[in-house]
Design a protein around this ligand. Structure first.
Ligand code: FAD
Length: 419
């Protein structure tokens, strides 16, 4: 077990500092364990610790010491953010009373109620929260593979992949071709590929204005489509071509030769962004929490797994009904799960589940658009109750205000996740 001593000790000290009720000191506290310190898991760990005021012993298992947010990683590609500005660490979560263990969870023994760690050892729990995000279906595009991601990065988990993709775009020859293969539904961040197209176009317009972008989509439509297509026509005329999945098929990719084979014809790319189909993070499957779809069915009111009432699943790994896979959704679901964990372990009151989401996208400088909704828990699914979307005829001031709103959201949500 690779315990980060400073963070773990810090967590223990912070936890004991908030134990004001003498009866609780020394008594065995119920244990909540969270797998995955991303948008969902970070929020859940922090809220369980904070709201139980030290009554619950919370452990967060996360392999990375630095988490790069996928959200705003497209803005890094476009040149609007630095990589450092989307990097977050776990020191504050630890100081706020969470034991942070930097290791991989490799499996869950649901009878013994323990989580196995790659570094050895098991972590016992009374309630487990599983929030591992996504993993890829490498075989969903013939020719693509784990090795292929170096020549044709997906950059759908942020960090080194995002850096690599940006470097490859920047080294395209003058007038070169950038190809994107977006993923099929369901996938992390529905507008994400199209915000990325916008940010790649922004970068190329500055550095390589005669370059072209071709998007070979397996889908026939996509999120905020009219807003994006209008934006591309206005800001990047003749640069972006989106090819409808209804009329053409990517049959194969060839990372060695940088070719994408479409309807039998090889298309040679100078830089390629290939984003495969997705499924829940592998540990969710190892724990037996997924169904045939590869994602995890949940009870909407509590985010409990339908496979095991002692386990809650959050974020991209779930089948979340009408909610998209987004950081905002994961953060919102985490608060519902944290309340349910706290209620079950301490007998505190739980309130009806309410969920919200907004997905902002930047199309060009100060041209921000958004789509969002509110949701409630029904028996079957998380169901949309009301929604909104940016209008096509909005003026520049409204678009700038939308972008500014997204900057405020980023500051707020990262503080909510990482403390
Ligand atoms: P993650 O945030 O991916 O966290 C999962 C964590 O689990 C990771 O830290 C991982 O290291 C850890 N983990 C995985 N396996 C294990 C294991 N076995 N043991 C321990 N830990 C493990 N969302 C928005 O709301 N707004 C946006 O503007 C937005 N833009 C995006 C742009 C792009 C390009 C992309 C790719 C995504 C974007 N998203 C956006 C989506 C958002 O990033 C995800 O929906 C969100 O991160 C999901 O949160 P999560 O907690 O489910 O997963």
């Amino acid at each position: 077990m690779k315990l980060n001593r400073r963070e773990t000790l810090g967590g223990a000290l912070a936890a004991s500092a908030v134990l004001s009720a003498p009866a609780a000191i020394g008594a065995a506290r119920p244990k909540a364990v969270v797998i995955g310190g991303g948008a969902g898991g970070g929020t859940a760990a922090r809220y369980i610790a904070k709201d139980s005021k030290g009554e619950i012993d919370v452990t967060l298992i996360e392999p990375s010491r630095t988490y790069y947010t996928c959200f705003f990683s497209n803005l890094y590609i476009g040149g609007f953010r630095t990589l450092d500005s989307i990097a977050h660490s776990y020191g504050t979560i630890a100081r706020q009373g969470v034991n942070v263990v930097h290791d991989w969870a490799t499996g869950v023994d649901r009878d013994a109620k323990t989580v196995a760690l790659a570094g050895g050892g098991n972590v016992p729990y009374d309630r487990l929260v599983v929030a591992p995000g996504i993993d890829f279906r490498w075989d969903s595009i013939p020719g693509y593979s784990l090795a292929g991601q170096h020549a044709m990065p997906h950059a759908w988990k942020a960090g080194s992949q995002t850096e690599l993709l940006k470097a490859q775009i920047e080294s395209m020859p003058e007038g070169g071709l950038f190809v994107m293969v977006p993923p099929p539904n369901p996938y992390r961040c529905p507008p994400g590929p199209y915000e990325r197209v916008s940010m790649v176009a922004h970068l190329l317009k500055e550095k390589n204005p005669s370059a072209k972008i071709m998007v070979f989509d397996p889908k026939a439509k996509f999120s905020k489509q009219t807003l994006f297509e209008n934006g591309w026509a206005a800001h990047y005329p003749d640069m972006v071509e989106w090819i409808d999945g209804e009329f053409s098929t990517v049959e194969e990719v060839r990372p060695e030769t940088m070719e994408v084979v479409v309807d039998g014809e090889p298309v040679k790319a100078d830089a390629a962004n290939v984003i495969p189909a997705q499924k829940a993070g592998l540990v969710a499957e190892a724990a037996g929490l997924t169904d045939d779809s590869g994602f995890c069915p949940i009870v909407p009111a509590t985010m409990q797994s339908r496979m095991d009432e002692n386990i809650h699943v959050l974020g991209d790994a779930t089948i979340a009904g009408d909610m998209p896979k987004s950081a905002y959704s994961a953060n919102s679901q985490a608060k519902v799960a944290a309340m349910s964990v706290r209620a079950s372990l301490t007998g505190s009151k739980a309130f009806p589940a309410r969920f919200a989401n907004t997905c902002w996208s930047l199309i060009a400088t100060d041209d921000g658009v958004k789509v969002g909704a509110r949701y409630e828990a029904t028996e079957d699914k998380i169901a949309k109750t009301e929604g909104f979307i940016s209008q096509t005829d909005e003026d520049a001031a409204t678009r700038k205000a939308t972008y500014d709103e997204s900057l405020g959201w980023y500051e707020g949500i990262t503080a909510d996740i990482f403390g």
